[in-house]
Every structure is written in C-alpha cells, then in structure tokens.
Design a protein around this ligand. Structure first.
Ligand SMILES: [Ca+2]
Length: 251
C-alpha cells in the first residue's frame, strides 16, 4: 500500500470513529438527542466574544495632485478625527438628511466643539459610551494612528474629518458594524468617500464662503468636471479614494 492510500484509509477510519464517538456521547444531530439546556459553568475565553474590545485605527490620506489633479488646492489637510462607538440610535449624521450644527461646523472649519457636545448628548441618552477625539495627520505625515474602544452594547463606529481647503466637504465612516454574528471584526480597511454637508454652496476646494440657505441634505460629493474630480465621493474616472482607514482588533 502506498503512503497516500494508507493516509486515506486512516482518514476514513478516523471519520467513522469520530462519528461513532459523537453519537455515543449524544452530540449527534439525531432527533433522539436531548437539547443541552444547562449553562456551562466555565467557557473557554477563546470562544466567548469579549464584551469590550480595543481597536487600533490608522487613517491614511491619499489626496495628492497626482490622484486628484482637477483644481487640486495648496495646503491640503484633514482636521482632527472626531467620532464615537454607538448603537443604532447613536449616529451623528445620515445621508440625505440635513446635517446637525456639529457636522456643519466640523465640515466647514474643522471645529469639533459643537459635535462633541452633540456626542455628549448621545451618550447622556444612553446610545454611546466612547468618544473619539484625536489629533489629525500631522504636517509632513501621511497617516495617524490611535486606539478606541467598542462594546457589544455600542458596536457601531462613526468618525468624521474635514477636508481642507473645501467649502463644506468631509470624509467619514458612518455606523460601521464591528460586531457581526457574535464575533468582533478582526481587521478591516475602509476606503473613505467625500461627503458634502449641504451648508455651503462653494463649488471648488478654494471657493469663498457661500452659505446654502436653506441647508440641503448631506450627499456624496459630485461636481462639474471643471470644479473637482469627484463623482459620488470618489474620483469620477479612476475610482480612487481620498484616503482610507484601517482598523485592527488588539489582543
Ligand atoms: Ca456644499
């Protein structure tokens, strides 16, 4: 008997043996088995999802003249990231709805005081217990890294950052679920799209202030081809994104 045939025989035998043992122990799926109703007194830590976890987040920008040539402005930067982990009731903005004063201030100036007050209200209402309030990408750097916490009660991630210069444009992760099928997401990369907050009618990155009155709903940024390269928040032709966020579950 050659080695591979011998191995196949061994596997077949092992499979039969495993099934026999399972059935003998009542672990099979036959209709005669009694459902297990007792709660295990000990659960291996490796199989129970933690209630609270820590993630490392890295925000990397790819807003370059090479990637987005049309009207690429000088002095491009992103404002410090603000956000939270929250439940279904705790989001900070919705597409196709008018932006809150906190989102407007962030999108137009990078100021985070009003948005932080709104997040505080969300937390007081019981919809979040973790505020993300971090520094931005520093001059000469392409990325910034920090950690945040999520819990099974507040498993959704939202973060925003103004892109500058711009009238009222920002990037965001909006209510990303980190806990699915009773399991924490191990790692994920999220390409960022550019949103228009609907509060300023400027058409180009360096347009002067021009308040939109009444305010319009939040949309993904689309523009005339002479104004920017964006359609639905990404490069209209190449599909390139202005940046991305990587999250990684810490052990
Ligand atoms: Ca606008």
């Amino acid at each position: 008997m050659n080695p591979s045939v011998a191995m196949n025989k061994l596997i077949q035998f092992s499979t039969v043996l495993s099934f026999t043992l399972l059935t003998a122990c009542g672990g099979g799926s036959s209709s005669n088995s009694t459902p297990e109703t007792t709660t295990p007194t000990t659960t291996p830590a490796s199989t129970a999802p933690a209630d609270t976890v820590t993630y490392e987040l890295t925000f990397t920008q790819e807003w370059t003249a090479a990637n987005f040539a049309t009207n690429y402005p000088s002095g491009t930067h992103f404002s410090p990231l603000v956000g939270l982990t929250h439940n279904l009731e705790g989001g900070i903005f919705k597409r196709d709805e008018v932006a809150s004063p906190g989102i407007v201030l962030m999108a137009e100036t990078g100021g985070k005081s009003t948005l932080k007050n709104e997040i505080s209200d969300i937390q007081n209402a019981g919809h979040s217990n973790y505020l993300i309030d971090e520094s931005g990408i520093s001059n000469g750097s392409q990325s910034v890294t920090f950690t945040f916490e999520a819990s099974q009660d507040f498993p959704l991630l939202s973060v925003v950052s103004m892109i500058a210069p711009s009238p009222d444009w920002f990037v965001a992760i909006n209510s990303l679920s980190l806990f699915n099928d009773n399991t924490w997401v191990e790692s994920q990369t999220i390409e960022l799209k550019v949103y228009d907050a609907g509060s300023d009618s400027g058409l180009r990155f360096s347009s002067g202030n021009l308040a939109t009155d009444p305010a319009e709903p939040i949309t993904l940024l689309s523009s005339e081809r002479d104004d920017t390269d964006f359609a639905e928040g990404i490069h209209h032709q190449t599909g390139k994104h202005i940046g991305y966020i990587e999250i990684k579950l810490m052990q």
